[in-house]
Design a protein around this ligand. Structure first.
Ligand code: ZN
Length: 76
């Protein structure tokens, strides 16, 4: 099993926001669709093949020009 990727954190340098962002992500996924004979679907084993963060914008400023990504361990 690959290690789960660390959760990205962001900070808006303009207003200091650390908690509210609109994040636009493009994701390719493969999932095991498990149907019952009655046609009910249960999605199992969802696997992310690729993930690309398109845009992160600050909810308070309304844009992402001052948003910085905080890497794991760099929180002060
Ligand atoms: Zn902001």
């Amino acid at each position: 099993m690959p290690a789960p990727s660390p959760v990205a954190r962001y900070r808006c340098a303009a207003c200091g926001n650390l908690t509210r962002f609109d994040v636009t992500v493009t994701r390719r996924e493969r999932a095991f669709h498990h149907y019952t004979v009655g046609g009910d679907l249960e999605i199992e084993e969802c696997e992310t093949l690729a993930e690309h963060v398109e845009e992160v914008s600050c909810r308070w400023c309304g844009h992402g020009r001052a948003v910085e990504r905080l890497d794991e361990g760099s929180m002060s």
